[in-house]
Design a protein around this ligand. Structure first.
Ligand code: HEM
Ligand code: HEM
Length: 216
């Protein structure tokens, strides 16, 4: 099958994805040390490192949100039920029978309906709640001055923060598995580094992308 390349992930997008991944990996490692699961950096250093990484991540997220807004890339995450069932059926059965993926990626629509739902849930709910609970945890000593002591309970904040950390580990495992389901196991991962995804030359999208005049 002859493949052609289409440009899917812009430079900033690739940078934010991999930097965010590194930060979240390190936050998971230091967070679980703070929780008491193991000793790696030593408790004090783990706490300091965790807080530093947490604040760095918050700053990165501000840039990501800004980028999403000015490039209108947030539209990529608008959920749709169109072909959602077909895509779910493909990942449950079709993929093991060598069937063709029901969706062809384009620059305007990078994600299939399932990815849209998963990524939307992640970036609109899971990650923001992790940031808010992290910041609340970090500013615990100020709660009284801010009049928050009556409304908030540290135990609840810490539990939500911990549960999301565990959720993220599960997300990463499924996410990495899903990224290996391209036409070769490393195709999507390479695309997240180079920006270019390979698709079969004879798919309607590829034909359109190649013939599309530059000014359209
Ligand atoms: C994906 C991102 C993050 C993960 C996976 C994560 C994970 C964790 C985990 C597992 C704990 C231990 C919770 C416990 O058992 O009490 C923890 C504690 C903590 N996290 Fe995070 N965290 C993240 C982001 C953040 C952010 C953005 C901040 C904000 C600065 C933050 C601040 C804290 C603080 C202050 C603690 C308590 C440390 C202490 O005991 O002094 N975290 N985190
Ligand atoms: C903390 C961990 C991670 C988070 C939060 C995360 C999040 C995301 C998000 C939100 C997207 C969609 C980006 C877009 O809109 O274009 C994405 C795409 C992608 N991620 Fe990750 N990711 C993580 C870790 C990883 C790892 C470990 C790998 C591979 C080794 C990976 C490989 C990819 C690839 C190949 C894509 C593009 C294909 C696709 O859209 O599914 N990610 N990731």
């Amino acid at each position: 099958m002859k493949m052609v390349k289409i440009y899917l992930f812009t430079r900033f997008e690739r940078i934010w994805h991999w930097v965010q991944m590194l930060l979240i990996f390190m936050l998971i490692i230091t967070g679980f040390e703070v929780h008491g699961f193991y000793t790696l950096f030593g408790f004090e250093s783990a706490v300091k490192l965790h807080n530093f990484l947490g604040i760095t991540w918050c700053i990165l997220v501000v840039f990501i949100i800004f980028w999403m807004l000015i490039t209108a890339e947030w539209k990529q995450y608008i959920p749709t039920t169109q072909k959602l069932f077909e895509v779910a059926k493909y990942y449950l059965f079709g993929i093991f029978q060598g069937k063709e993926h029901p969706i062809h990626q384009t620059r305007e629509s990078k994600h299939n309906p399932l990815q849209r739902l998963i990524y939307l849930g992640l970036i609109s709910s899971v990650l923001p709640v992790q940031i808010v609970t992290g910041l609340l945890y970090w500013t615990y000593n100020d709660w009284q001055g801010w009049g928050l002591t009556g409304f908030l309970d540290l135990q609840i904040v810490a539990t939500i923060h911990f549960i999301i950390a565990v959720y993220l580990i599960h997300f990463i495992i499924i996410h990495v598995y899903m990224t290996t389901t391209g036409h070769t196991p490393t195709a999507h991962i390479k695309a997240m580094f180079s920006g270019y995804e390979e698709i079969p030359e004879d798919t309607p999208v590829a034909v359109w992308a190649i013939k599309k005049p530059k000014n359209v």
